[in-house]
Design a binder for this molecule. Structure first.
Ligand SMILES: NC(=O)c1ccc[n+]([C@@H]2O[C@H](COP(=O)([O-])OP(=O)(O)OC[C@H]3O[C@@H](n4cnc5c(N)ncnc54)[C@H](OP(=O)(O)O)[C@@H]3O)[C@@H](O)[C@H]2O)c1
Length: 171
């Protein structure tokens, strides 16, 4: 199986990623990290995650591939795809493509990812959307542990400790 996608997500200690359609935390440093990593590349996201972006618009400076089962759904500035197979053919030959979520799209495309770039929040929040626990998976190993940072005044949870970790698929 070809594995040329990278997953990028922000998780809490229980691998929660969202609650009632929204992110668990908004931390400016993490949003800047997300922008720096994904800018200039292809990003793949679910229709519900797109709807949480300002104005429901695709991300700038990135090729946006949006998954929907609806044949009628269109969005200006993005390509709408309807299955994992369509994603794979849209990516043929692409170096770096990032899976942005949400839960259903992470689960759908995790088998095609070789790397997961995770922002880990050192807290547990009420959540109804989750990423599979990669620590519990025999297929994945923690490869890089970034330095600890602290959410600032103006972030949703000032004082919250967080760091960026990279997981890689075991050979
Ligand atoms: N922490 C993070 O890093 C992060 C990142 C992104 C999102 N999130 C959170 O994740 C939650 C949303 O996750 P979600 O699973 O509800 O929504 P989602 O994955 O963003 O979008 C789900 C939609 O994608 C389409 N879809 C899913 N699987 C498909 C398939 N196999 N083929 C074709 N289309 C498919 C469907 O669209 P249609 O209904 O149009 O058919 C489905 O309703 C929110 O709480 C959000 O804030 C967290």
């Amino acid at each position: 199986m070809e594995r040329n996608m990278k997953l990028i997500a922000a998780v809490d200690r229980a691998w929660g990623i969202g609650y009632r359609g929204e992110l668990l935390c908004r931390v400016k440093g993490d949003l800047l990290h997300f922008k720096a990593v994904t800018s200039g590349h292809t990003v793949i996201l679910g229709r519900k995650t797109l709807s949480t972006f300002p104005g429901g618009r695709p991300l700038k400076n990135r090729r946006n591939l949006v998954l929907s089962r609806s044949a009628d759904f269109t969005v200006e500035g993005a390509t709408v795809l309807h299955s994992a197979a369509e994603v794979l053919s849209a990516l043929a030959g692409e170096e770096e493509a990032f899976v942005l979520g949400g839960e259903s799209v992470y689960r759908l495309l995790l088998p095609y990812c070789d790397t997961a770039i995770l922002t880990k929040f050192e807290g547990t929040f009420e959540a109804d959307a989750f990423l599979p626990d990669l620590d519990a998976s025999p297929d994945w190993k923690l490869s890089e542990q970034g330095e600890e940072r602290v959410a600032e005044a103006g972030d949703s949870h000032p004082g919250l400790r967080w760091s960026v970790c990279v997981y890689r698929r075991r050979a």
